[in-house]
Design a binder for this molecule. Structure first.
Ligand SMILES: [Zn+2]
Length: 327
């Protein structure tokens, strides 16, 4: 029976994904999301219902418009399929057999996250409104303690009145503030040092909204996960870029730093450092190599040799999906 409902959730996800594509598209064109009927973006021909079936229509039409043969972006079926899988996964993990508020809120949060990911990858911007809605949704979700995991209540004093709220609501507010503040400060500092936009301001809005939804503890986990996710994707790209830009000095110093750090770590593991003086000397050496990397990196960003922007928002959101499914 749970399998039947999970498939049902998958189909709902496919349809919602189809709608999310429209939200992304019309976010850029400013067209009404609900009022104007679906049409081809090239020839404007109105689409029949059988041209609008998630994934299936794309396959049947072999990725081309029925009327003008214009290629349809694979973004459409991919977003539909991804939304379907996420919806099915959330239902399977959290619902316990029946549709409930928890599933609905998580579906709504996932939908907003998917829209922000696609807009960020496509146009390298985030619409603040999507983050605001997610933040408000998160505050409501935690005010009523909808996931029901921790029902501890805490009394707080506001203007001489004592009110009791769920602990999760406090964590939600702290997550909102801390999530926004951390990335806002990093963004401003990076800009101050390199005089270039290294991160978008949208990333601070995303982490703030995720913090409001998942609480401050999970916001920290999401931030740490996102560094690994982003690093895994961005470092190979940057190494390639530096290689092309003939920044051998930077490449060599990074490799040197990584080797030194690895040796230091191995030394700690194998208990090689018998004297504290030796340990501190090695530690300072690694730190100096690291600082040298930072110096060259900042110079490289200033010269515009590392100008590739790899959006950070999607890394944060995939971190959040990891928290939803793995914790
Ligand atoms: Zn067309």
């Amino acid at each position: 029976m749970i399998l039947f409902w999970t498939i049902y959730a998958f189909i709902i996800g496919l349809c919602v994904g189809s709608f999310l594509n429209v939200v992304v598209l019309r976010g850029f064109t400013g067209e009404s999301i609900v009022l104007s009927p679906s049409h081809c973006t090239k020839c404007n021909h109105k689409l029949a219902w059988y041209d609008n079936i998630p994934v299936l229509s794309f396959l049947l039409l072999r990725g081309k418009c029925r009327y003008c043969n214009e290629k349809i972006s694979p973004q459409y079926p991919l977003v539909e399929l991804f939304t379907g899988l996420i919806f099915a996964g959330i239902y399977y993990k959290y619902s316990g057999g029946l549709f409930n508020w928890n599933t609905l809120f998580l579906w709504a949060a996932a939908s907003l996250c998917i829209v922000m990911t696609v807009t960020d990858i496509k146009e390298k911007v985030i619409f603040d409104i999507h983050a605001y809605i997610l933040a408000v949704l998160g505050l409501i979700y935690n005010f009523f303690n909808i996931n029901g995991e921790n029902s501890t209540k805490i009394g707080i004093w506001i203007l001489g009145h004592k009110i009791t709220v769920y602990q999760s609501f406090i964590y939600s507010i702290l997550g909102l503030i801390a999530g926004f503040a951390v990335l806002f400060i990093i963004t401003k500092t990076a800009k101050l040092i390199t005089k270039k936009d290294c991160f978008g301001e949208g990333d601070a809005y995303i982490l703030g909204a995720l913090g409001a939804f998942f609480g401050i503890v999970n916001a920290i986990v999401i931030l740490l996960l996102s560094i690994f996710i982003w690093g895994g994707l961005a470092i190979p790209v940057f190494i390639y870029k530096w290689f092309r830009a003939k920044e051998y000095k930077l490449l060599a110093s990074i490799i040197l730093f990584l080797i030194a750090a690895l040796l230091f770590w191995a030394g700690e593991m194998l208990n090689i450092f018998t004297s504290d003086l030796f340990r501190w000397f090695t530690y300072l050496l690694v730190a100096a190599l690291g600082l040298n990397c930072c110096r060259l990196l900042i110079a490289s960003v200033k010269n515009g040799n590392s100008a590739t922007m790899i959006p950070y928002g999607p890394a944060l959101i995939f971190g959040a999906f990891a928290v939803v499914f793995l914790l």
